[in-house]
Design a protein around this ligand. Structure first.
Ligand code: SF4
Length: 82
């Protein structure tokens, strides 16, 4: 059986609280991390050009943790300079 790393950082209401705080801070500090701000984002179909799943990184309001408390980020993010 293959093992998979599941870094669940929060559960239940703590997920919503963490996401609410993150959304405030992301707006306050103008953080760029979502697909729509990435050079690999294809606006015609709103997909990732290199094929990464991007549903969590397309949400509005933004989230730091997904529904099960795992962090949401993309290591392949490249700020879109254009
Ligand atoms: S590389 Fe990551 S941040 Fe960029 S579009 Fe793809 S999934 Fe989104």
């Amino acid at each position: 059986m293959a093992l998979r790393f599941h870094p669940r950082l929060a559960t239940g209401d703590a997920i919503m609280a963490a996401n609410a705080e993150f959304a405030l801070q992301a707006a306050q500090y103008h953080l760029q991390f979502q697909c729509s701000e990435c050079a690999y984002f294809r606006s015609t179909d709103r997909q990732c050009m290199v094929g990464w799943p991007n549903d969590d990184l397309m949400r509005s309001p933004v989230v730091a943790l997904n529904a099960v408390g795992e962090p949401v980020f993309c290591k392949a993010f490249e700020a879109d300079a254009g």
